[in-house]
Write a protein that binds this ligand. Structure first.
Ligand code: EPU
Length: 430
């Protein structure tokens, strides 16, 4: 995995051609944690080679699993005895490590997981994870920054009503419920395709899951879960990023290996912006308008517009022929990157969770800093549209979520190079 680097983008070249996407980061990470539920040899396929997967491998290996990752195929061998711990140096690098909490409590009756704290997207508490696990019989104590969870008599099924359909809380409870005694009912569950995919893996391990993809998920735990082989669902954020890249460069991009039905709202908004979108079984094609039309949208839990595609879409709207209003409902600090877009000439004003984007005719390339994964992708996309050279630093964020972003853009005719750059600070914890 490359170290400190920058991506140097020369704008003004329309992207044309076909690009394939891999499995979803946000499914693969949780499915890796699911392996902790039962000993044996697991195989996950279609796994992207990204930094977050490497970090989750470190977490699993710390817990006692052995991992072998080659050609997008990840083998995980989980032993009978686990070390139920995720220390701060690993959790700090990747907030998603918190998803081991449910499996470890269910399997070992105890877990010591460093509290992730906030990150570059805002506060991001885990109260819903903890309240739900407490209803299932766990107790928690915070000891020197480490969350010490106990479930001495094992977890038992319970009804948990989430105040908000949190993706991570739904997953932690689903994972814990797969091994708990009796039935767990998650009310107001998140409905993301990655949760449906996790449920499919748990089902193939022997758990009885009903309703995944709806607001009420039921899981009946089974003591006899078994290791399995599972193909990770396509990454709709990676697919959406290339779709928007096609639109912002007024190009013609076909994305394969994806499920366009997982991007309904996002593709509808791209069409509203003037892109021509065709879709079929496992592919989508986006032909960009010369100049986008303004579009208003609000990010919402699935099936709403995905917050992770908000920054790339804002990059597109920054060159629209008119004013767009975007509302961010998931994170309190997701607009931090707009200052970098402004350096490129974008005219964006933010007020709380709203952004008013007055489209400008042209962006001009300059050095910019990626504050998180998706903002990083947005800045690269803006660079593809801008006049001249854009140098994006903070590339370690992009590497957490995109496998070979620059190689894929180059294969579409984009001009982008990775170069060594001076130090650009520590990683975030999306
Ligand atoms: N929240 C709470 N309390 C909780 C849990 C969540 O207040 O106990 C709040 C969060 O602070 C946030 C909102 O609820 O404001 C949504 O959080 P959610 O739990 O749904 O998100 P997550 O599980 O932490 C995952 C993805 C994110 C993606 C969100 C929303 C992973 C590893 N991360 O985060 O992906 O933005 O769902 O879809 O699955 C990314 O990939 O770049 C990324 C940030």
């Amino acid at each position: 995995m490359p170290g400190v680097a920058e991506l140097v983008v020369e704008g003004g070249h329309p992207l044309r051609g076909t690009v394939g996407v891999l499995g979803a980061k946000n499914a693969a990470l949780k499915e890796m944690a699911a392996a902790l539920l039962a000993p044996g040899r697991y195989v996950l396929t279609n796994v992207p080679r990204i930094l977050d997967v490497e970090l989750m491998i470190d977490v699993l290996e710390h817990i006692g699993a052995r991992c072998h990752f080659e050609d997008h195929r990840l083998q995980i061998v989980v032993p009978d005895e686990l070390n139920p711990e995720a220390p701060i140096d690993l959790v700090r690098k990747m907030r998603a490590s918190i998803v081991v909490l449910g499996p470890l409590l269910a399997r070992c009756g105890e877990a010591r997981v460093a509290l992730p704290g906030g990150d570059d997207l805002g506060a991001r508490p885990i109260d819903m994870h903890l309240d739900g696990l407490e209803r299932m019989g766990a107790t928690f104590e915070l000891v020197h920054g480490v969350l010490v969870g106990r479930a001495g008599d094992g977890l038992r099924g319970a009804e948990v009503e989430l105040p908000f359909p949190s993706v991570g809380a739904t997953e932690n409870l689903l994972l814990a419920g797969s091994l708990a005694k009796g039935e767990t009912v998650i009310v107001n569950a998140a409905r993301e395709p990655e949760i449906v995919d996790l449920a499919a893996m748990l089902t193939s391990m022997g758990a009885a899951v009903e309703g995944a993809g709806t607001a009420i998920v039921r899981v009946t735990g089974s003591p006899g879960l078994q290791a399995t082989t599972h193909r990770v669902v396509p990454d709709r954020i990676e697919a959406g990023t290339y779709a928007i890249a096609g639109a912002i460069t007024a190009g013609d991009v076909t994305v394969t290996g994806c499920h366009p039905e997982h991007l309904r709202m996002e593709l509808a908004k791209l069409e509203a912006a003037g892109a021509v979108v065709d879709r079929g079984d496992g592919w989508l094609r986006v032909r960009g308008p010369d100049r986008p039309r303004p579009v208003d949208f609000a990010t919402l839990p699935y099936p709403g517009f995905h917050t992770d595609l908000q920054p790339p879409m804002v990059a597109l709207l920054s060159v629209a022929d008119g004013t767009s209003v975007v509302t961010e409902n998931l994170y309190d600090a997701r607009f931090r990157y707009v200052g970098e877009l402004a350096r490129m000439g974008a005219d964006i004003v933010t007020e709380w969770q709203h952004a008013v984007i007055r489209g400008v005719e042209r962006l001009s390339g300059c050095p910019v800093l990626a504050p998180d994964i998706r903002a990083g992708a947005a800045l690269v996309l803006a660079g593809l549209r801008a006049e001249g050279i854009t140098a994006v630093t903070g590339v370690q964020h992009i590497d957490r979520g995109y496998e070979d972003l620059e190689g894929k853009i180059r294969s579409l005719g984009g001009r982008i190079e990775r170069r060594d750059a001076p130090g650009d600070g520590p990683g975030s914890r999306d």
